[in-house]
Design a protein around this ligand. Structure first.
Ligand code: PMM
Length: 264
């Protein structure tokens, strides 16, 4: 899944793709580099970010989404708003990616059930202006697993079908570096819930120690690609990344090694 943030303020690509033409060109590029899905977002979730009105969010993303659908590019929409999910689905989007896992909008599960689209639900504890104060866990792996299990139970009550659901530990959302590593190191715990898992590690702060001091976030792509190969080995459904080319290379290396092992 390639990231396309149509925002002025996302932490690593904010401002680069706010003009629809630039965003559409980027979508075409990510697709040609091998992304199976392009995740379009109009609201930044970087730590400290302020909320964006759904009308503004839609005015940013909809021209881009319509152009992508017209070109046959598979789109997911990164939104916490059920109204935006509905508008996007009407335009042909088949995947809704909700970093709040449904907690930001009480209408989300009903909407997803009605739309019948794929729904990616992340573990989340609060909006970006508070999330860095919400990092207290008894055991992060057990707590995130139980929280996601609770979200899934509620989705099913609202009529969301199991086949619609993908889960995500929400790396960096109310989590320290230690928490992110604990979750990546225990992916089996999340997979044991029985749903596909998506991982969004790309360029996040916990990968900064693997790049030079004060290097831009794009220098975390190498570490991101390593995470991609390692979580692929663990059987995850997808990875959400900014630099599709390096992740595709990592996956090519991983699959060549697997195929070699199978041939003996
Ligand atoms: N992270 C960000 C945004 N959307 N969606 C999912 N499913 N998982 C994530 O980890 C995730 C996400 C924040 O990163 P960005 O600001 O660079 O897009």
């Amino acid at each position: 899944m390639g990231v396309l943030n149509v925002t002025p303020d996302s932490f690593s690509d904010g401002g680069s793709f706010i003009a629809p033409d630039a965003a559409i060109a980027r979508a075409v590029e990510l697709r040609s580099q091998g992304a199976d899905l392009i995740d379009v977002g109009g609201e930044s979730t970087r730590p400290g970010a302020a909320r964006v009105d759904p009308a503004l969010e839609q005015s940013r993303i909809m021209p881009v989404i319509e152009a992508m659908v017209e070109r046959g590019i598979p789109v997911s929409v990164d939104t916490m708003n059920s109204v935006t999910a509905r508008v996007a689905a009407k335009a042909g989007v088949r995947v809704i990616n909700d970093v709040s896992g449904g907690l930001a909008d009480p209408q989300m599960y009903r909407t997803i059930a009605q739309l019948g689209v794929r729904y990616i639900a992340s573990h989340w504890r609060g909006h970006s202006d508070t999330m860095d104060d919400l990092t207290s866990y008894d055991n992060v792996v057990t707590d995130v697993r139980n929280a996601l299990k609770g979200r899934i139970a509620e989705m099913l009550v609202w009529g969301v079908a199991p086949e619609q659901i993908v889960i995500d530990p929400g790396l960096g959302f109310a989590k320290t570096a230690r928490h992110n590593w604990a979750l990546l190191g225990a992916l089996g715990e999340l997979e044991s819930l029985g749903y596909p898992v998506l991982i969004g590690a790309s360029r996040k702060r916990f990968l900064a120690p693997f790049a030079p001091d004060d290097a831009p976030a794009s220098e975390r792509d190498f570490a991101t690609a390593v995470v991609t190969a390692l979580v692929a080995e663990r059987g995850v459904w997808g990875v959400r990344v900014h630099d599709v080319a390096s992740t595709v290379t990592a996956l090519d290396v991983w699959s060549s090694m697997r195929a070699g092992g199978a041939r003996g």
